[in-house]
Design a protein around this ligand. Structure first.
Ligand code: MG
Length: 335
């Protein structure tokens, strides 16, 4: 199989602010394995860059010709960039489906009608600005980025203008003390769950937080995102969180994403499927796993100005998978 790549610059529709910082451009990489395609998202706070991804790809040896021996091919990936390793895995799954003439969800035995609806993300901003965006979006499921000062005002302002389901993501932006102070207050606003309230490495903090919240009779579910990259990390947080967030850029692809989802299930955890700032290539690859998940947060293509590929489609919060073989993405003719 021949490995090649090309850079994929993405411009965001609006500056995207989260607890780690703000950005309005991303520099991803498309990876091809014969006819298969995958995407590596260069997310700075995961230590990834376009240069680093390309440097990694240059070190990848011949992956062989055994398209149907997925684990064997994937084991040939050298250690290094998670995003690049993920893109190789996606391209291999795409190629697998194309060789067999079937969409990926079918090869995985999944029902494409069972996709949970996706949330739409509202970046961290002034409470009034976030409330206006929430109202104008008209979306039934919103995900709010928090993790700064005035988080309670943000949620309060948005709750005042919408009956939408609201989930919030602190992106590791609170200390233990801040989290314990604000979560009981946020619980008053009828939220679905809170993502990553504590620091990435503070796994013990999640056990502590669970106990403290139980004593206060606060039942708002807590999900881990940045703290859980692969199935091994799920095990470390068993009993401490109610759910985990699975992303192909953390699991290094579809193969390990499946293991991560099943490991979470085995520990009675919920699963949300999510993405980074990605085009329809990476997000459609992920969407094939959505029938296995409780919640979906796959709005990456809606955040970017020009998406060079067509893949999954959106109707409000409803997402639909393409019927084409493999991941099912197609280069747009105008791009
Ligand atoms: Mg998150």
């Amino acid at each position: 199989m021949k490995l090649r790549w090309e850079s994929l610059p993405l411009e965001l529709k609006t500056t995207f602010r989260i607890a780690h910082g703000a950005s309005d451009k991303r520099f991803n990489v498309l990876v091809f394995l014969d006819d298969g395609v995958g995407e590596a998202a260069a997310v700075p706070y995961y230590g990834e860059s376009q240069e680093g991804i390309i440097e990694y790809l240059k070190t990848v040896p011949d992956l062989g010709e055994e398209v149907f021996d997925l684990d064997q091919v994937l084991a040939r990936r050298p250690p290094g960039s998670r995003a690049a390793r993920s893109a190789i895995d996606q391209a291999l799954h795409d190629l697998w489906g194309k060789r067999l003439g079937q969409p990926l969800y079918k090869l995985l035995g999944l029902n494409p009608m069972r996709l949970p609806p996706t949330s739409i993300t509202i970046g961290m901003d002034d409470p009034k600005v976030m409330a206006r965006q929430a109202r104008e979006s008209g979306q039934p499921i919103l995900k709010l980025k928090l993790g700064g000062d005035c988080d309670e005002e943000r949620v309060s302002a948005i709750r005042a203008v919408t009956n939408a389901k609201i989930r919030v993501d602190a992106n590791a932006g609170w200390s233990r003390e801040q989290a314990l102070k604000i979560i009981p207050r946020l619980a008053e606003f009828d939220l679905e769950f809170i993502e990553q309230p504590l620091a990435v490495e503070d796994l013990q903090g999640y056990f502590w937080l669970k106990k403290e919240l139980r004593e206060l009779n606060v039942n708002l579910p807590i999900f881990a995102d940045e703290s859980v990259k692969t199935s091994r990390d799920v095990v470390l947080l068993a009993g401490a969180v109610d759910g985990v967030v699975v992303k192909l850029m953390k699991t290094e692809g579809i193969r390990e994403a499946l293991r991560t989802i099943h490991t979470a299930r085995a520990h009675d955890m919920q699963v949300m499927l999510s993405c980074m700032v990605e085009s329809s290539v990476g997000v459609t690859a992920a969407a094939h796993l959505a029938p296995l998940c409780d919640h979906v947060d796959l709005d990456g293509p809606l955040l970017i100005r020009i998406d060079p590929y067509a893949g999954l489609t959106y109707d409000g919060s409803k997402i639909t998978l393409p019927e084409r073989p493999g991941i099912g993405v197609m280069k747009r003719s105008t791009a």
